[in-house]
Design a protein around this ligand. Structure first.
Ligand SMILES: *[C@@H]1O[C@H](CO)[C@@H](O)[C@H](O)[C@H]1NC(C)=O
Ligand SMILES: *[C@@H]1O[C@H](CO)[C@@H](O)[C@H](O)[C@H]1NC(C)=O
Length: 391
């Protein structure tokens, strides 16, 4: 009996072991299959990831390429723009050199007028001085005379006596200037150096000087800012004076070399300047041309920001604005010491065409011309006037 039982036990045990083994085998196979699939997923995922990475890299490269192209295109466009401007300017210059065209002939009169108009004006000078009521209404014409010297500079004639002479201040500071006996001599010269050199004992700075009644008034900038009056006939300094204003700033933000811009109009000598006390705006002073004493001062409402130059006509200062990337210069702010002209009466006056920035604009009360220096070009603008009280 016990023998049979034992056998049964052993048989059952063997059966159970076999079943367990089968189960184990089955589970192992399943596990292997799952592992295989996991490996597969893993491979696929990492393939996708690397494909994705590649795609991203490709897109980035393409974007970079596009950026580069855009940049190249933009700089090409800029270059083309600059060249068009240059060509335009050269053409204007050549046109004014060539007297054959009718529109240029009219322009040529502009220079000849200088002498004749000045003589006529001599007769009516007294009346003009006592009854100065003109204001600028537009710019009637322009003539590009020459291109000499630095991009910045100043040229002017004697704004008090009509002796025909013109003077050139090359660049933004020097101890000499050049004199030509007439506009014609200047335009037919081969360059500035052909003029008579006027040597000074000190250095002028900026573009704000003036020639008035055979005297040069120049601005000397050291620890202090000084006006120097130089007798052009004797070739020596007559007198000088510290400009009686503290903490001066460059008067126009687009021409930071100019601290004081001297201007001559029908009523005499003016100084356009700026100080830290009124740092946003341009200030104006009337200066005695003999003693250099400041007679009166005004704070104008005209901003310094984006101003390139200014000039005075019949006691009204006209401030000319541009932008850092040069566009068309325009008179956008006026200030009249006699209060007859306000910004509302004065229309915005645009200068012709589009050039660089004017480094100086010098008004001549003898012939209503502006002597301008624009990016190395010496230009004359003819002003159209009207009476201050006309609307
Ligand atoms: C202008 O008038 C003054 C006298 O009033 C005379 O001496 C001078 O020669 C005149 N100038 C011209 C250019 O006619
Ligand atoms: C004018 O100024 C520029 C810049 O300072 C200089 O290179 C040039 O030689 C000057 N020309 C003359 C004639 O002095």
């Amino acid at each position: 009996m016990t023998g049979v039982f034992k056998f049964l036990v052993i048989l059952l045990g063997a059966l159970a072991t076999a079943q367990q083994q089968a189960l184990m085998d089955y589970l192992e196979r399943r596990l292997l299959a799952i592992e295989d699939r996991i490996t597969l997923w893993h491979e696929q995922t990492s393939r996708y990831t690397s494909e994705l990475r590649e795609l991203k890299q490709q897109i980035i490269t393409q974007l970079e390429g596009m950026d580069k192209n855009k940049e190249a295109l933009r700089s090409e466009l800029d270059a083309v723009g600059t060249r068009v401007e240059r060509v335009e300017r050269e053409m204007d210059y050549l046109e004014t050199q060539n007297g054959a065209q009718p529109c240029v002939e009219a322009d040529d009169k502009l220079v000849e007028q200088q002498v004749t108009v000045a003589k006529e004006k001599n007769k009516s000078k007294y009346a003009k001085l006592t009854d100065c009521s003109d204001m600028v209404s537009s710019i009637k014409g322009m003539k590009i005379l020459k291109r000499v010297g630095d991009t910045k500079g100043m040229w002017t004639k004697d704004m008090g006596v009509s002796n025909g002479k013109v003077y050139l201040f090359n660049s933004t500071g020097d101890d000499k200037l050049y004199e030509f006996s007439s506009v014609r001599e200047f335009t037919s010269s081969l360059g500035i150096a052909e003029g008579k050199t006027v040597e000074l004992s000190s250095t002028w700075q900026g573009m704000g000087h003036a020639i008035y009644n055979n005297h040069l008034y120049y601005v000397k900038v050291n620890e202090e800012i000084r006006l120097v009056r130089f007798d052009l006939q004797k070739g020596s300094v007559k007198n000088s004076a510290v400009f009686p204003v503290e903490n001066q700033l460059p008067v126009y933000t687009l021409n930071s070399e100019t601290y004081i811009d001297l201007a001559v109009d029908e009523e005499g000598l003016w100084a356009i300047y700026a100080t830290k006390n009124n740092e946003k705006h341009v200030s104006l002073a009337k200066v005695d041309p003999k003693t250099l004493v400041v007679e009166q001062m005004w704070d104008t409402p005209c901003p310094r920001e984006n101003a390139e130059a200014a000039f005075v006509v019949c006691g009204t200062v006209y401030v000319v604005y541009n932008s850092k990337l040069p566009s068309r210069s325009r008179i956008q702010c006026v200030f009249d010491v006699s209060d007859m002209v306000t910004n509302d009466d004065a229309p915005t006056v645009y200068f012709p065409k589009r050039y660089g920035t004017h480094s100086s604009l010098k008004y001549s009360p003898l012939d209503q011309l502006i002597y301008a220096w624009d990016d190395g070009y010496q230009i004359l603008y003819k002003l159209q006037m009207k009476k201050k009280l006309e609307v």
